[in-house]
Design a protein around this ligand. Sequence first.
Ligand SMILES: Cc1ncc(COP(=O)(O)O)c(C=O)c1O
Length: 374
Amino acid sequence: MVVHLNNAGAGIMPEPVRQAMVTYLDAESEFGSYEIEARSGDHLDGTLYQAVAELLNAPVDDVAVFDSATRGWLNVVTAMEFRPGDRVWVTPYEYAGNLILLSRLREKWGFSIEVVPVGEDGELDQEWMAASIDDDVALVALSHVPSGCGIVNPVAAIGEILKNHRCFYIVDGCQAVGQIPIDIGAMHCDLYTGAGRKFLRGPRGSGFSYTSPRLRDSLYTPFLDLHVAHINDGRYNVEVRTASARQWEMSERSNAISMGLEAAVRYHRQHSHLAYDHHAATQLRGHLSDSDRFELIDPGMEKSNIVTIRHRHCSADAAVSRLREQGFNAWVMHGRDTPIYMNDHGVDEAIRVSPHYYNTATDIKSFFDALVAL
Ligand SMILES: Cc1ncc(COP(=O)(O)O)c(C=O)c1O
């Protein structure tokens, strides 16, 4: 068995998740895919959405399911409209994929992108935000937990600052869901996106979002797929059958993955008291801080299960492949994936170690010993 310390890449699926998918695939082979789908509506159009809504503490009509977190983010952001003089705030912790879309939309709409300043400790400057927010700020994008380092950003406190202003507040929760309790009600955000495969331990190819009714009402979505719209006069009269967040989904989807995602959310809810306890990462940070061989890329006051390390004598590439040979899964963190923060701090690559609640103290100690021995 490997010691899996790459949950920020993808967590190990627990047996009930694997089983839910295998059982569904077997039924598709035996009875036919459309036929078994017709019998599984209670799950695929019902309990799946209830489970995700409960996970996020959000109303079920505000939840949609996708094949990735990015899909949930880009559907909404691409449909936004901006006006001359608009400003968009991002933070140094923004994910590269989100920045790519915002940069290209900036070419189209001409808005400016401003980076929220951070203090010496890496915390976002909330005083600056409170003093600088005005009606020209159209959009504020925040990563709850970034891809490249372990800071947990204060999503709810920032939501309090922004809540009575014009801007839409969109939060990328891809690395947060499954390791941090999510309470949409307390965040005052308009979009929250998550992935199934990471700390939630669901299948690859799954993601989901929350969108606020305020955001949905403001967007014009040209295409609506056949699960939410139909042509009712034989020509051009499109009847939209729902105002729910599912308007951004495609009708065609992998039902086996949807079954796996539901099973993962249910499994997580039974184990959330363990999943929200970061004992393994705390232990690892303790070992690392006692040694002068390592530099931690670890901004912020509140930290998650993502521990980013530079080994003073070994490149991240070499370290990760040699650790893998010894049965330890870590990952190379490329600075370009969290470009603003990493570029500002001269970090091209580092070793990203992301344990979860199933890692034991022995796993962490033996991993640390292997790291020291590199
Ligand atoms: C912070 C963050 N946001 C978004 C994504 C993209 O998620 P997905 O690959 O599910 O689209 C990632 C992927 O690692 C991520 O770390």
